[in-house]
Design a protein around this ligand. Structure first.
Ligand code: S3P
Length: 207
């Protein structure tokens, strides 16, 4: 009888153990590769790092990897070479990250909104969408220290909401969606683990 992820009695330790076991035992080739997607500001990097620590997995962040590979900051890549070039570099870095046999990978908000990239991620691992209302996301990015070239424009709200609408159908193709509005990072990680466990339990018997 699989553990129910809805049980409030499920301790953090058994939750982590159950998710680890589900990842190891799953008959697909995806293994322990967890890929976080969602719009800018939803907390992919913070949650990804915490999730990786919790599960004892390596953590990779596509934005950080892009800066490491190119020796340039993301805003500089946008301003010097444009978005199209950035997306090409992002795709290459995504491919590299997905070659890691096991890892939590936090992706930039635009990395999985190209169907080829999304399909690659869906095949390589378990894609998790961090779902948050756009109004809350906007508030978070406007107060965030991270430079985001896409909204470094005179009318950031318009660009923000337009991109959000365009991207939603891609985010919604994730294996698992978790709502994290109003949660502290550690609570969000707990919700995320429960979401994964519920997904694996619903998949029992399917490859
Ligand atoms: C982008 C989001 C950023 C970064 C780049 C482009 C986007 O990452 O990859 O500025 O297209 O939404 P975050 O989602 O971590 O902000």
């Amino acid at each position: 009888m699989p553990l129910s992820p809805d049980s409030p009695d499920l301790s953090s330790a058994s939750l982590v153990q159950s998710v680890r076991a589900a990842l190891q035992q799953h008959p697909s080739q995806k293994g322990a590769r967890l890929i976080l997607t969602g719009f800018m500001g939803c907390g992919k990097s913070t949650l990804g790092r915490k999730l990786a620590q919790t599960l004892g997995l390596p953590f990779l962040d596509t934005d950080k990897q892009i800066e490491k590979e190119t020796h340039q900051r993301i805003p500089d890549i946008f301003s010097l070479y444009g978005e199209e070039h950035f997306r090409e570099v992002e795709r290459q870095v995504l491919e590299l990250c997905l070659q890691q046999p096991q890892a939590v990978v936090a992706t930039g908000g635009g990395a999985l909104v190209e169907q080829t990239n999304l399909d690659l991620a869906l095949q390589a691992g378990w894609v998790i969408y961090i779902d948050m209302p756009p109004e809350q996301l906007l508030e978070r990015v406007l107060f965030s220290p991270k430079d985001r070239p896409l909204i470094d424009v005179p009318n950031p709200e318009d660009v923000f909401f337009q991109r959000f609408e365009e991207r939603l159908p891609f985010y919604q193709q994730a294996h698992v969606s978790v709502e994290t509005a109003g949660l502290r990072p550690e609570q969000a990680v707990d919700v995320l683990l429960r979401g994964l466990l519920a997904y694996f339990n619903s998949q029992q018997g399917a490859v």
